[in-house]
Write a protein that binds this ligand. Structure first.
Ligand code: ZN
Length: 360
């Protein structure tokens, strides 16, 4: 039997998960389907989990993603971000080459999806970034039973327990009540986190206008256009300093530590991020009011989700892989770190490209 025939025979008699999805330099490659998931380099056909810039990059041939993810890419990169696009809804299944692909909500940001790839009798779920905590701005995370579950591990250490985001927002409101003469400046990533904080403020009964840094306008207006209720939003630009006393402003994290803050009266600097659990990080950034609000699952969320999928094999990627791999193996699950490069946490690194960071 030639090597080629042997490969064909293996293909007919049954595939291994690694024959379906495999990490390569461009990202997670599905050879039998002829596509890459969240490729970090330009590819012929990309299937994309969500709109954050480390997952959704411009320059691909064909892009398959939810309508919201495609719209966010268009907002960020312009009309010609890909040669062609195809929108897919949650629960919808399509055939690509020898595999079928189905999208399920990931609960991470608006339009975010887990991608279930099925071939013969194997189902692999690439969950992208996800969280199982409630978020009024996007569809709730759905557990998808599968054979192999690919999980992120941004907060893959037992020390990370986020708590309730609603309680963190109460802290913010208590501070606003305590310091009516000061402005509150909340650093929050522009795609997802900012809108979630606003929605949480509204859910807590805060109905005053909320102010936005210019870099947040487009994406926040987009959320509103998709029916996410965010109340009265106004731009900071053009406001008098004195009139910002007692108000709340959302800004990209990098803006809360630069000269831009001088337009606010004695600002209280807050930062909404899962990393705020680590006091040293808050201190390092000069954050006066750390708010532990994350769009990623915490340790309990990660482990509960892994169990709930019923998967016998877990591939762990971007973040703290080791502890989670160890946790899985101790429970008799096959687990391994996936060597994928080019993904980060949106709260770390520079949150917005320099061009978007300028107030517009
Ligand atoms: Zn993300």
């Amino acid at each position: 039997m030639t090597a080629k025939n042997a490969a064909q025979a293996a293909y007919i008699t049954g595939m291994r998960p690694q024959d379906i999805l495999m990490p390569v330099a461009a990202g997670l490659c599905c050879k039998p389907g002829g596509f890459h998931i969240d490729p970090v380099r330009p590819v012929e056909r990309a299937v994309i989990t969500h709109g954050h810039s480390d997952h959704a990059r411009p320059g691909h041939g064909a892009v398959l993603a939810t309508q919201e993810t495609l719209d966010m890419m268009r907002l960020r990169y312009g009309e010609h971000f890909a040669r062609s696009t195809q929108a897919i809804g949650y629960g919808e299944q399509i055939r690509l080459g020898d595999v079928s692909v189905k999208f399920h909500p990931a609960g991470h940001v608006l339009g975010s999806a887990q991608i279930a790839v099925s071939c013969q009798d194997i189902c692999i779920v690439a969950s992208g970034d996800y969280k199982d905590a409630p978020d009024p701005t996007c569809a709730p995370f759905e557990v998808v039973p599968c054979d192999v579950f690919i999980t992120e591990a941004t907060f893959g250490l037992p020390v990370f327990r986020h708590g309730r985001a609603a309680d963190e927002v109460k802290k913010l409101l208590a501070s606003v009540a305590l310091f009516p003469e000061r402005a509150h400046l909340v650093g929050a990533y522009s795609l997802g986190k900012a809108q979630r904080v606003i929605a949480l403020l509204r859910a807590a009964g805060y109905d005053a206008p909320i102010y936005l840094h210019g870099a947040m306008e487009k994406i926040t207006r987009y959320y509103q256009s998709r029916g996410v209720a965010l109340g009265d939003l106004r731009m900071v630009k053009g406001m008098k300093k004195a009139d910002l006393a007692g108000t709340i402003t959302l800004a990209p994290p990098s803006a809360t530590s630069d000269v831009w803050t001088r337009r606010f009266p004695d600002p209280v600097t807050a930062f909404a991020s899962g990393w705020m659990r680590v006091r040293a990080r808050a201190r390092q950034r000069g954050v006066e009011l750390p708010l532990v609000i994350s769009d990623h699952a915490d340790w309990d969320g990660l482990t509960a989700t892994i169990e709930a999928t019923g998967a016998g094999e877990i591939w762990v990627t971007h973040g703290q892989e080791d502890a989670l791999v160890h946790w899985c193996t101790a429970r008799g699950l096959a687990a391994r770190p996936l060597d994928l490069v080019g993904y980060g946490d949106e709260d770390e690194g520079d949150a917005v490209p320099a061009s978007e960071d300028e107030e517009a």
